[in-house]
Design a protein around this ligand. Structure first.
Ligand code: GRF
Length: 307
């Protein structure tokens, strides 16, 4: 089947809109501590402003609370399960492109997960603005094609936005994963891949995000703000830096003795786990979109649970 038909088919079926329960009408953060078969332990903040209700106070200080349980209507769950049943047999691995500018440790960890099978995907292209970076070198060693984007200033090397989209289409890429890519994603790519581009950011967005917040600058800003918690955020990508809808977060403590490097190392360790879990869900078609446009991850074990 033509991969584009497949993609649009998948997306339209993925827009399963579970009803929003009363408790979730307010802004909230769902923060996974761990997403796996062994435990679903998530932090749940009912209100990002931390209102003084006893329930919210409890949510704030208890480290691990239950996954949000959205009681989707029986009909919509049934339809979603039926769709999945239809698709599962023989579902091809999802084709992924990863964008990096640096060492590429997230890229490597996702690649390893694809190779050992915990992620039902295949990285078919690596896109970078720095062809000599660690991520590009790893890709070449693994025979993953390396594409340069954007064009260099003199125009001698690199792809234009439209030729980048064409190249990704030629590789039949279905999802784009940004992992430390420091250039703004062109609108052409965002339009070509709606709801199909993810980014990982090393702070709890929307705090410490946006232009200028990258690398060690993020961790320095977190420490000097006095924040006691930080951690990675995975979000869908829109036309601005770090503003797309949040899909998953994980909390790590900021210790009183932390240097930016200490905090970066603690956050990066969790990034690797979180990105793999999220990409596994993406490749298993377990991302669903709530009717207000918030993406949720459907539990593999219990389709009534969304985080
Ligand atoms: C990560 O901290 C990620 O959150 C940010 O860039 C860094 C990339 O690290 N977007 P690596 O290249 O994957 O090691």
């Amino acid at each position: 089947m033509d991969s584009r038909c497949f993609i649009s088919d998948f997306r339209s079926n993925s827009v399963f809109s579970p009803p929003v329960p009363k408790a979730l009408n307010k802004p909230f953060l769902a923060l996974p501590c761990c997403w796996s078969a062994r435990a679903h332990r998530w932090l749940y903040f009912e209100d990002a402003q931390f209102s003084a209700s006893p329930r919210t106070r409890k949510s704030r200080f208890l480290p691990n609370l239950e996954c949000i349980n959205i009681r989707a209507s029986r009909e919509s769950i049934k339809n979603s399960a039926e769709e999945k049943k239809k698709k599962k047999p023989g579902v091809a691995k999802k084709k992924l492109a990863v964008f990096v500018s640096g060492g590429g440790s997230n890229f490597k960890s996702i690649h390893e997960a694809c190779v050992e099978g915990s992620v039902h995907g295949e990285i078919v292209a690596l896109v970078t603005n720095k062809t000599d970076c660690g991520g590009a070198e790893y890709a070449r060693n693994k025979d993953i094609p390396v594409l340069q984007f954007p064009r260099t200033k003199d125009g001698a090397d690199g792809l234009s936005p439209t030729s980048l989209v064409d190249a990704l289409r030629n590789f039949e890429v279905e999802f784009v994963l940004l992992a430390g890519f420091l250039k703004l994603i062109p609108v052409e790519l965002i339009r070509a891949y709606p709801r199909a581009i993810l980014n990982i950011h090393p702070s709890l967005l929307p705090a410490f995000g946006g232009k200028g917040y990258y690398g060690m600058k993020v961790h320095k800003a977190v420490i000097s703000s006095g924040a006691r918690y930080s951690g990675p955020t995975i979000h869908f990508v829109d036309e601005h830096y770090d503003t797309g809808r949040i899909l998953a977060q994980m909390v790590v403590p900021v210790l009183s003795t932390d240097s930016p490097e200490d905090l970066a190392a603690r956050v990066l360790k969790e990034e690797h786990k979180l990105y793999k879990e999220v990409v596994a869900a993406l490749c298993e078609e377990r991302i669903v979109w709530r009717e207000d446009g918030v993406p949720l991850i459907q539990s593999r074990q219990d389709p009534n649970h969304f985080c």
